[in-house]
Design a protein around this ligand. Structure first.
Ligand code: ZN
Ligand code: ZN
Length: 361
């Protein structure tokens, strides 16, 4: 989808919410709508017009990136300049995303407009742009493929690197070094390497703990390519496993595959969550699965939709979601398996096809 189409969609969404203008300040939303990647920006949309406000550091970059959007290098804070422009453009009901606007920012927005509209102009509309971003267009999907495939290649490389005695930090460092050399702009989030007993921590960041001779290692990581994040988790076993370790792994894998198989347009997020949860319930492991099944991913690592119990939002073709059930036995071990899945016209397509079968290193 072209940037101008995205801006049109945002204006249409604002109009449907009863607004005659939209103020966008969340940077991933700004990037999505006009292409600008700088760290200071406010985008004002009214009718057929869009203006990007930023500061002097970004004069050249804004012009180069925000093709098709008028750029104003503001002498005052970008948000204040955008509000002033919206007021002068005659906007009387301007939508904004309350989830991305602090109380102080709202105060500043009000101060920037004329006294007569100060109280009435800004209306919280909810996450209109974030909602648009949930459904990816073909260019976004192609980029996300690239990011996801790079993640898979990195995981394959780690299989020959990991060995008992290496610290988790050494594993994370090797992975991140290889990622940058292979073209990642950044990691999607702080790499998780959780080994041995620490694998029972759902978000065990890499520490000085050493990979054990015998026990699980969970790797959860992602790379950013052209702004888009990947996200995947694999859990491997060092040395010979105990029978219950293998049983838990098999149950998590079965739960993960059941949820992946459930992905299709029209299916609710809650139904996908339940597909994973019910497998673990049958195995009497559901009480050790204490987080949601997945999340949308894109310009941000956590986006809508949220794949959690009782979520009624229906999946739509073009969404990219993660499927990541896990079982965490406190003080013993944990297992999580995570893929990125694209919602296609008829089902789901896994973007991270690294091996999920049992791996003993
Ligand atoms: Zn993850
Ligand atoms: Zn995730």
């Amino acid at each position: 989808m072209s940037l101008s189409l995205r801006k049109k969609s945002a204006v249409a969404a604002a109009k449907a919410a009863g607004m005659d203008g939209l103020l966008v300040t969340h940077l991933p939303d700004v990037r999505y709508l006009c292409g600008f990647t700088g760290s200071n920006a406010a985008l004002a949309l009214a009718g057929g017009r869009a203006v990007l406000f930023t500061d002097g550091r970004y004069t050249a970059q804004a012009k180069a990136e925000a093709v098709g959007t008028r750029v104003v290098i503001a002498k005052k804070p970008a948000v204040a300049a955008a509000c002033e422009w919206l007021d002068n453009a005659g906007v009387r009901r301007c939508g904004f995303d309350p989830a991305q606007t602090t109380v102080a920012a709202l105060e500043g927005m009000r101060k920037a407009v004329s006294a007569k509209v100060r109280r009435s102009m800004f209306q919280a509309t909810g996450p209109l742009v974030a909602r648009l971003r949930e459904v990816k267009d073909v260019e976004e999907i192609a980029t996300m493929w690239k990011a996801a495939r790079l993640g898979c290649r990195l995981f394959d490389g780690m299989l020959s690197y990991m060995q008992p005695g290496l610290t988790e930090i050494a594993v994370a460092a090797e992975l991140e070094h290889a990622a940058r050399l292979a073209g990642a702009e950044a990691m999607s989030f702080e790499t998780i390497v959780a080994s041995g007993e620490r694998s029972s921590l759902p978000h065990g960041r890499a520490t000085q703990a050493k990979l054990p001779r015998r026990g699980f290692v969970t790797l959860d990581f992602g790379v950013v390519v052209d702004g888009y994040a990947s996200d995947m988790t694999r859990t491997v076993h060092m040395g010979k496993a105990l029978p219950d370790e293998r049983e838990v792994y098999d149950a998590v894998l079965e739960a993960q595959e059941a949820a992946v198989a459930k992905v299709a347009p029209g299916v609710t997020a809650g139904e996908v969550d339940e597909a994973a949860r019910s497998v673990l319930r049958k195995a009497r492991l559901d009480r050790y699965f204490r987080h949601s099944t997945g999340h949308g991913v894109g310009l941000e690592i956590h986006e809508g939709p949220r794949l959690a119990a009782k979520q009624t939002q229906a999946l739509e073709q073009g969404m990219v979601v993660t499927i990541e059930p896990g079982v965490y036995m406190p003080g013993r071990f944990g297992v999580r398996i995570e893929d990125m899945v694209l919602v296609t016209a008829t089902g789901g397509e896994v973007l991270t096809p690294s091996v999920k079968a049992w791996i003993e290193l």
